[in-house]
Design a protein around this ligand. Structure first.
Ligand code: GTP
Ligand code: MG
Length: 194
């Protein structure tokens, strides 16, 4: 896909407000601060589109970005950030789960993993969850610009081991250098057409 035009279509805080639309979509999930919103901005070539912050817990709603008036990229709140009050974490979890479970227009998910940290317990839960519901997903290793060459060489293997799946595909990505952008666009195309 070529991303020509992107606009924020809807911001959703409660499951009841999730829009029913004819458009296909792909979504971005992962820990708070892993780089979901930054990735979206990189894809769209617009650094002001989705809000980014060094403070985890920036995205608090499900944000539907309509691309080329044809499909959605969906930015979700992150999980696993201890400083967010439990009640708020619970609300996000319910929102994310309702979203992921009940959408026949959702064609795939990008599961973002911080390449310096590797998969966490919460990421493994998310993977199991996606497997259980049969949602196709691609794993993205974020912030690869922060890795040293030696770490970089072991990256794919480390994440595959952490996820307990030697065959899983990993896309290395950096919002800073834009590495991986073209590959992700291809993956989006593939998922949307599946
Ligand atoms: P929540 O909305 O809290 O769930 O976070 P998020 O996953 O949307 O992360 P966000 O995109 O807001 O980025 C978090 C922080 O990581 C920001 O300070 C970004 O500038 C930084 N960051 C994101 N991607 C990269 C990257 O590829 N390289 C580097 N060096 N920093 C990055
Ligand atoms: Mg965000």
């Amino acid at each position: 896909v070529k991303i020509k035009k992107v606009r924020l279509y809807k911001t959703v805080y409660v499951p009841e407000e999730l829009p029913r639309t004819p458009y296909r979509e792909v979504a971005f999930v992962g820990r708070s601060n892993v780089g979901k919103s930054s990735l979206l901005n990189t894809l769209a070539n617009n650094f002001k589109l989705a809000r980014v912050s060094s403070e985890p817990g920036k995205t608090r709603s499900v944000n539907f970005f309509l691309v080329n008036e044809r499909f959605f990229l969906v930015d979700l709140p992150g999980y696993g950030f201890a400083k967010v009050p439990l009640k708020e974490q619970k609300r996000w979890r319910e929102l994310i789960e309702t979203y992921l479970k009940g959408r026949d227009t959702l064609k795939g998910v990008f599961l973002l993993v911080d390449s310096r940290i590797g998969p966490t317990e919460k990421d493994l839960q998310m993977k199991d969850w996606l497997d259980f519901y049969g949602i196709p997903y691609v794993v993205v290793a974020t912030k690869v610009d922060k890795l040293r060459t030696s770490e970089r060489q072991k990256l794919e293997k480390k994440i595959q081991e952490g996820l307990g799946d030697k065959n899983i595909k990993i896309v290395p990505f950096s919002a800073k250098t834009r590495e991986g952008r073209v590959e992700l666009l291809k993956e989006i195309e593939r998922l949307l057409e599946s």
